[in-house]
Write a protein that binds this ligand. Structure first.
Ligand code: AMP
Ligand code: TRP
Length: 337
């Protein structure tokens, strides 16, 4: 790594290969990663170890991991500027997680709202699900991460990583950088098209019309938007009114993709003839945004040797950075090297 790269702020983010990657993931995470790739020293991790905290079909997990990895490269993340790798290929994550487990009070984990949500009404809940945020802390801390770009829903987990880093530093001496969550100011929360009161989520990707996949065909994208839930009015304006959440969501998607502000967005639709026009135009900007990604995806998918080369390169870099921190952790806690 060059001296120049060293000086850049280290950013780490993770994304689960546990279902179809949708417009919410793209606008809330991937797009921002691509935009910032020149400014920061970025590490992006496909977190398959996190995915198995809830039951996964092995064939499906493998398929989704391959799709997601290919999609990240296809989305415009340059492998020469970013480290992109698969979590389970770098054992330091699991090892560091175990060590951090042993200094993390269970009470800290039991109060995580995502754990409460994911575990409620379940017959059995894995220990891994409770431990999920410690693995996430390990992901972040073993790279001396300074910034963690995440959606609002993950902020509590990054705050826990901060607490864990400070606790380890207090017990064993200065070891970890304390990371900062970075929440995108726009597009932080894209809602479901069928139900704009819930976040667009991989969990609901089986529900028709809920989400738009990055690899959906233009036809499918248009259909999903045409069926999007709106209201009985015809005003195309941003609104806090819960009954206008559908229109608000469509305007938000348009605004984020076209880099407009609220008033420019409203002005753009001032001559629209109702929600039909709005839906068609939003669908069109989404189709155009995803078009080059779909094309690059197809190209890479058909070039397995190139894809393998990119994946191996990412693992090697991740391995070389994280192994240094893991050794330091082992030393400090009294393991024989
Ligand atoms: P997940 O789908 O939960 O693995 O999330 C992957 C990344 O996408 C995280 O940074 C999330 O915060 C972000 N994300 C997921 N769903 C949405 C959404 N509906 N709107 C905005 N960002 C999202
Ligand atoms: N838990 C995150 C999510 O579901 C994914 C993730 C795992 C992550 N490890 C991370 C995000 C480290 C940021 C940093 O969205």
């Amino acid at each position: 790594m060059s001296a120049n790269q060293q000086k850049k702020v280290r950013v780490f983010s993770g994304i689960q290969p546990s279902g179809q990657i949708h417009l919410g993931n793209y606008l809330g995470a991937i797009r921002g990663w691509v935009e910032n790739q020149d400014k920061k020293d970025n590490i992006f991790c496909i977190v398959d170890l996190h995915a198995i905290t809830t039951p996964q079909n092995p064939i499906e997990l493998k398929k989704q991991t391959e799709i997601l990895t290919t999609l990240l490269f296809a989305s415009g993340l340059n492998p020469d500027k970013n480290t992109i790798f698969i979590q389970s290929q770098v054992p330091a994550h699991s090892e560091a997680c175990w060590i951090l487990n042993c200094i993390t009070p269970i009470g800290w984990l039991e109060r995580m709202t995502q754990f409460k949500d994911k575990s409620s009404n379940k017959k059995t809940v894995s220990a891994g699900l409770l431990d999920y945020p410690v693995l996430m802390a390990a992901d972040i801390l073993i790279y001396d991460t300074q910034e963690v770009p995440v959606g609002e829903d993950q902020k509590q987990h990054v705050e826990l990583a901060r607490d864990i880093s400070q606790r380890f530093n207090n017990i064993y001496g200065e070891t970890f950088v304390t990371p900062q969550p970075v929440i995108p100011s726009t597009g932080a929360r894209i809602m479901g098209l069928n139900d704009p009161t819930v976040k667009m989520s991989k969990t609901f990707s089986h529900i028709k019309g809920h989400s738009v996949g990055i690899l959906d065909s233009p036809d499918e994208i248009l259909k999903s938007f045409k069926k999007a839930t709106t209201d009985s009015g015809n005003e195309i304006q941003f609104s806090e009114d819960p009954s206008k959440a559908g229109v608000n969501n469509l305007l938000t998607i348009f605004k984020v993709i076209t880099n407009k502000n609220n008033s420019q967005t409203e002005k753009h639709f001032s001559n629209a003839r109702g929600y039909g026009d709005l839906k068609a135009e939003v669908a069109e900007v989404v189709i155009q945004e995803f078009k080059p990604i779909r094309e690059k995806y197809q190209m890479l998918k058909n070039d397995q040797p190139e894809l393998n080369k990119l994946i191996n390169k990412g693992s090697e870099i991740a391995q070389s950075i994280s192994s240094v921190k893991l050794s330091e952790m082992k030393n400090k806690i009294g393991f024989i090297n």
